[in-house]
Design a protein around this ligand. Structure first.
Ligand code: SF4
Length: 445
C-alpha cells in the first residue's frame, strides 16, 4: 500500500489494460484492425496490466481471446488463432515506474540542480524495470502481489541494491527503519523460487567499506550461484549533495578498495570460478589504474552498471580499428574533435592517437568538465549541453563528436534541456552524437 501512496498521480489513476503504441503492417495486429491507442484489457479472461502481462499470458498460446477497449470507446472481443511463435506485430506503451519509499542518504535525486528535468527526480523502484533493463530495486516496499508476480512470470534476473548485509548499516544508508530494511526473507523466497539475483553495493567511504564491505561480499557469496554477481560502485557526489554524512570518494580510497577487493576476487576465482564481486570501472579510473583484463569480467554480468564497460569498449574499439584499416575509408581527410568526460578522456585519447596513425585521420580527444552537476561527476553520459559548449576552445577541426549517451534515448535532447540542433548552432560546427558503431560507420561512409 505504501508503494502506491508515494506513486505519482499518473500511476494511481492507471487505466485498465495496456495501450498499443504501434502496429506493424501485415501483422496479426493489423489483420485484427488493432490500432495505436487501443487497450488490450484481457487475454483468455486474464486481466492485463502492462506489456509484461500481455507477453506472459500470450506466450506459447496459439488460440487466444483478446478483450480490447478501442480508442473510440467500443469494446471488442477477438478470437485469434496463430502459428506457434507467430508475432502479433504490436508495440506497447512504456511501463510507468513505481517509485521507492526510501530516503537513501546518497540518492541521486538529491544531487540534481533544482531546475533539472522532472524525469531526473523520478525515484523508480520497479521490479518490472529491473527485469527488463537491469534497474536496481531495494525490495524494501515490494508488495506481496509483486513478489508473486516475479515468481509466477519468471521475471528473472532481478537486480537488487543491497549496499550492506549489516542491517543497521543498510537501514542507515536507505534512511528507513531496520525492520523494513531487512529483506532477507524476501531474498530467500526469490532465490528458492529460482529467481537469479545480481546485487549492488553503492560504496560510501566510512559507512559501508572496510569490515562492513567484507562481510557483505562474504554473505552474498554464500548464496552463489543463486546470487550471480555483486557490483561495487562508488558514491557519486554532485555539488548539490551537501549531506554531511557523506564523504567523497578519493583516488586514495579507490586504490585502497582495489587492493582489498583484488585479494577477495582472486580467492573467488579459485573457489567459485568467477570474480563474483566486481568493482565499477570508475574505481579503477579514479585510482589511476588500468581496468582489468577481459577474462576478469566473464560474460560481463553487470556491464549496464559500469562494470567492464571500459574493457568492453577497448576490445570493440580495437576490432573496429582493424576493420577500418582493412576496409574503405572516407576519401577526405577527417579532422575533428571527440568530446567526452574527464574520466574517460585519458583512456580514449591513446586509442584515437593509434587510430590516427593507422588511418591518417586527424582526430583529437578533449575531456570536458561537468559544471552542471559539479562535484566529482566526470562520466561522459552526464555531460550537458552547457558543459559541451563551454569546451568550445578545445575544439579543433571541422566537426565535433559527442557521446550518444548524453542524449535522451528517444529524443535528441541533453540533461539540461539543450537540443543537439542548438548545440550545433551554438558551436557553429556539425555535431554528431555517436556510439562506437555509428562512429565506425561515419569513418567508413
Ligand atoms: S532507492 Fe534509489 S531512488 Fe530510492 S531513495 Fe534510494 S537511491 Fe533514491
Amino acid at each position: 500500500m505504501y508503494e502506491f501512496a508515494v506513486a505519482p498521480a499518473v500511476t494511481s489513476i492507471r487505466r485498465r489494460g495496456v495501450e498499443i503504441a504501434g502496429v506493424s503492417p501485415e501483422s496479426i495486429g493489423s489483420e485484427l484492425e488493432l490500432e495505436s491507442g487501443d487497450r488490450i484489457t484481457k487475454v483468455n479472461g486474464r486481466t492485463i496490466r502492462d506489456y509484461l502481462d500481455f507477453r506472459f499470458q500470450t506466450a506459447g498460446e496459439t488460440e487466444l481471446v483478446l478483450e480490447v477497449r478501442k480508442a473510440s470507446g467500443e469494446d471488442w472481443e477477438l478470437q485469434i488463432e496463430r502459428g506457434e511463435g507467430e508475432d502479433f506485430g504490436l508495440s506497447f506503451e512504456q511501463i510507468v515506474p513505481r517509485q521507492c519509499a526510501n530516503e537513501c542518504i546518497f540518492c541521486f535525486c538529491n544531487g540534481n540542480p533544482a531546475d533539472a528535468r522532472p524525469s531526473l527526480f523520478i525515484k523508480d523502484e520497479d521490479v518490472r524495470l529491473s527485469f527488463l533493463y537491469g534497474n536496481y530495486t531495494t525490495l524494501t516496499s515490494i508488495t506481496e502481489d509483486k513478489m508473486q508476480r516475479i515468481v509466477e512470470q519468471r521475471l528473472s534476473p532481478q537486480y537488487v541494491s543491497i549496499h550492506a548485509t549489516d542491517l543497521d548499516v543498510r537501514a542507515y544508508l536507505l534512511g528507513i527503519e531496520k525492520q523494513r530494511a531487512d529483506i532477507a526473507p524476501k531474498l530467500r523466497r526469490l532465490l528458492d523460487a529460482g529467481i537469479e539475483i545480481h546485487a549492488q553495493v553503492v560504496l560510501c567511504p566510512g559507512i559501508n567499506d572496510g569490515a562492513v564491505l567484507r562481510k557483505t561480499i562474504a554473505d552474498l557469496a554464500e548464496e552463489f550461484p543463486r546470487i550471480t554477481s555483486v557490483a561495487i560502485v562508488p558514491l557519486g557526489l554532485t555539488r548539490y549533495n551537501t549531506d554531511p554524512r557523506l564523504t567523497a570518494v578519493t583516488p586514495d580510497f579507490c586504490r585502497q578498495i582495489i587492493s582489498e577487493v583484488s585479494a577477495i576476487q582472486s580467492e573467488f576465482r579459485n573457489t567459485l570460478g568467477t570474480t563474483f564481486a566486481f568493482l565499477g570501472d570508475e574505481i579503477y579510473l579514479r585510482a589511476g589504474r588500468a581496468v582489468p583484463a577481459r577474462s576478469h569480467y566473464g560474460n560481463y554480468p553487470q556491464i549496464e552498471d559500469g562494470i567492464g564497460m571500459v574493457r568492453s569498449f577497448k576490445t570493440q574499439f580495437s576490432a573496429l580499428a582493424k576493420r577500418l584499416e582493412r576496409g574503405l575509408l572516407r576519401q577526405n581527410k577527417l579532422r575533428g574533435t571527440l568530446l567526452t568526460g574527464t574520466l574517460f578522456a585519458p583512456v580514449f585519447a591513446p586509442l584515437i592517437e593509434k587510430l590516427n596513425t593507422r588511418l591518417g585521420t586527424e582526430l583529437s580527444v578533449a575531456g570536458v568538465e561537468n559544471n552542471y552537476f559539479g562535484g566529482d561527476v566526470s562520466v561522459a553520459g552526464l555531460l550537458t549541453g552547457s558543459d559541451l559548449l563551454a569546451a568550445r576552445r578545445q575544439v579543433k577541426g571541422d566537426f565535433v563528436i559527442i557521446p550518444k549517451s548524453t542524449l535522451k534515448s528517444d529524443e535528441e535532447i541533453m540533461l539540461d534541456g539543450m537540443t543537439l540542433k542548438e548545440l550545433n548552432q551554438k558551436l557553429g560546427l556539425p555535431v554528431h552524437a555517436f556510439d562506437l558503431q555509428s562512429f565506425g560507420r561515419f569513418l567508413s561512409a
